[in-house]
Design a protein around this ligand. Structure first.
Ligand SMILES: [Zn+2]
Length: 316
């Protein structure tokens, strides 16, 4: 079997198709088909490895399963069959280790650092990286929590809720009491932009953001040095600029959002400055009068820049 470090290097070089590249290099047979009751499994017989992935699950989940099963092979897990019903929720040593390796294959540290350049790491940055890496935002949040310190955070945790109950908490070292997590979720839901901020008892700043997902409720909690914590997050700035720009006009907001989503495919191939210029060339003439003035104002332009940034390619 391939060495773990070698596999991680291959994954890094082939981002965002790390696990696929590792599977091809190992020569493992990967088959995607409908399975009942599990996300996937891996079998090893006479040095031939086969991985089966449940094709009925969302594609980001299937990629995680592939990475997780590859991790078992690389880690030399003893058992021959792994059925993994849960996602990132296991507390068993071997499963947890496989989740960690999977996360590293899907999201190399360098790629996370390239996008999460300044703390706090907000929900938009998490979504941007999730799109780029073709993984779920929850998975990105877990990886960011694991890389907290290199990203300039004091600590971080991801709390996954099942209704009002806490399904699991992912963090290297941050302990989050369940009651505290529930309170933070409530505050974050009520806060502008889904992000809530408060000072901690030891004088640091706690930032809690709701990470949307159609299948689960997740809260990303970061602990920041006071100096950074006082700065507004990108999401908060975006909400404030949006309030100013649209002045409560749902139709103007709808028009701008419509143009932005039509422009998404173009933005993906451009750097932010080019994307903003092209967007202005194509759409800005549509708005006249007060709406036109606001969208051309530096604050309107800043709003567009922040929205487009989520899609544009990062500058190398
Ligand atoms: Zn497993």
């Amino acid at each position: 079997m391939m060495d773990l470090l070698e596999a991680l290097v291959i994954a890094k070089e082939n981002f965002p198709k790390g696990p696929e590249a590792v599977a091809a290099r190992i020569g493992v047979e990967v088959c995607s088909k409908p399975l009942t009751g599990c996300a996937g499994w891996c079998i090893q017989n006479n040095n031939i490895a086969r991985i089966s992935i449940n094709s009925t699950m969302p594609s980001v989940r299937q990629r995680f399963t592939l990475a997780h099963e590859l991790a078992h092979l690389l880690l030399g897990s003893k058992s021959e069959v792994q059925s993994d019903a849960d996602f990132f929720g296991s507390n068993e040593g071997e499963e947890k280790a496989a989740d960690r390796v999977a996360a590293e294959m899907l999201l190399p540290k360098k790629e996370v650092q390239r996008i999460a350049t300044a703390p706090p790491v907000d929900a938009a940055t998490i979504r941007k990286l999730a799109n780029k890496a073709n993984v779920s935002p929850v998975m990105v949040a877990c990886r960011v929590a694991e890389l907290a310190q290199p990203l300039g955070l004091i600590n971080a945790a991801v709390v996954n809720f099942n209704g009002d109950k806490i399904a699991w908490i992912w963090s290297k070292t941050l302990t989050v009491p369940h009651e505290k997590a529930r309170t933070l979720l409530r505050h974050a839901r009520e806060a502008t932009g889904g992000t809530f901020q408060e000072p901690s008892r030891s004088g640091e700043t706690i930032v809690a953001s709701v990470i949307d997902s159609p299948i689960q409720t997740c809260l990303f909690i970061q602990v920041l040095p006071v100096s950074i914590g006082n700065a507004k997050s990108r999401d908060q700035i975006l909400v404030e600029l949006g309030k100013w720009l649209f002045e409560g006009s749902a139709s103007f907001r709808g028009q701008v959002n419509g143009c932005l989503s039509n422009f998404k495919a173009t933005a993906k191939n451009e750097d932010i400055n080019t994307a903003l210029r092209l967007f202005n060339e194509k759409y800005i003439g549509r708005w006249t009068g007060a709406n036109g003035d606001r969208v051309r104002d530096p604050r309107g332009q800043k709003f567009l820049r922040l929205r487009l940034e989520e899609w544009t390619r990062s500058v190398e």
